[in-house]
Design a binder for this molecule. Structure first.
Ligand SMILES: Cc1cc2nc3c(=O)[nH]c(=O)nc-3n(C[C@H](O)[C@H](O)[C@H](O)COP(=O)(O)OP(=O)(O)OC[C@H]3O[C@@H](n4cnc5c(N)ncnc54)[C@H](O)[C@@H]3O)c2cc1C
Ligand code: FES
Length: 249
């Protein structure tokens, strides 16, 4: 797969280290909620592209929400309206929206929250009966208004900040109230969600945001242990059914 050069339409800073980047959508690009793109806005010593999930998309644009954590994401923050950059995708499998019906809980932690927004929009248009968002933050909130516009209920947990329930997002969740739970965020949080779903026999899908090299299935950097052997998060995932995932206990 080759990359495409796109134009930046906008870049907004949402919190001290969180940004929203909107770029032109290449013609004939199919995108499913939960898929990601490899992004690059540099040349020289930084060689690898960086995986970032689709936050939102429409006919003409794709938006990403990202946290500045290292060299690559720092370079992304320099992009301005009219800048050029390279993207490759959409990659990965995404959430199986067509299978998901009834009452759905979306459980996001930190920078795992963004891919659940497009997922919520798609579930609404595919006729899910209820879509509730459970959003867990360390301190600063972001994307709340976006979720408020597409979810039936938005529950906020905040470990250190003032707004929302003070504690972990999993404290707010009662998996037995739902037909499906979809989750993305730190693995420790997702494994807790998975255990809660298993206890109550609720179907769970997890998006495994592993460290990646190539993003297209060639380097095996992103391998995950599953009950069906090692799987590549970039190509076989990033979304896995809960029953495929091996947990410690
Ligand atoms: C499928 C997928 C989707 C993703 N979607 C998003 C998204 O929507 N928004 C977003 O901000 N980030 C997302 N990430 C994480 C993002 O790819 C990394 O934060 C980014 O590659 C870091 O690049 P860097 O050059 O800035 O930092 P680096 O210099 O490469 O690393 C800086 C620090 O971040 C850590 N890091 C790098 N990659 C990851 C990772 N995958 N998970 C946890 N820690 C990591 C490194 O260990 C290091 O401590 C996603 C990752 C995957 C695999
Ligand atoms: S990132 Fe290379 S195989 Fe997944």
């Amino acid at each position: 797969m080759i990359y495409t050069t796109v134009k930046v339409l906008s870049q907004k800073k949402l919190a001290s280290d969180i940004y929203q980047l909107e770029v032109t959508r290449p013609a004939d690009t199919e995108i499913k909620p939960g898929q990601f793109f490899m992004l690059k806005a540099w040349s020289g010593e930084l060689t690898l592209m960086r995986p970032i999930s689709v936050f939102r998309t429409d006919e003409a644009s794709i938006s990403f929400m990202y946290r500045k954590v290292g060299q690559g994401t720092e370079r992304l923050t320099h992009l301005r309206k009219g800048s050029s950059m390279q993207i490759m995708g959409a990659l990965g499998n995404g959430f199986p929206i067509e299978k998901i019906k009834g009452k759905v809980a979306l459980v996001g932690g930190g920078i795992g929250i963004p891919p659940l927004y497009e997922t919520a929009r798609a579930l609404r248009s595919c006729g899910a009966k209820q879509v509730d968002a459970y959003l867990g933050y360390k301190k600063e909130l972001f994307a709340i208004d976006d979720f408020a516009a597409v979810a039936d209920n938005v529950f906020i947990a905040n470990e250190q900040g003032k707004e929302g329930y003070h504690g972990f997002v999993t404290d707010l969740l009662h998996t037995e109230d739902y037909d499906y739970v979809l989750t993305c965020g730190p693995e420790i949080m997702m494994m807790k969600v998975l255990r809660m779903c298993r206890e109550k026999k609720v179907t769970c899908y997890l998006s495994m945001e592993r460290h990646m090299g190539c993003g297209i299935g060639a380097c095996l950097v992103c391998s995950c242990k599953t009950v069906n052997g090692m799987k590549r998060a970039c190509k076989d995932g990033p979304v896995f059914a809960g029953e495929e995932i091996q947990t410690e206990n």
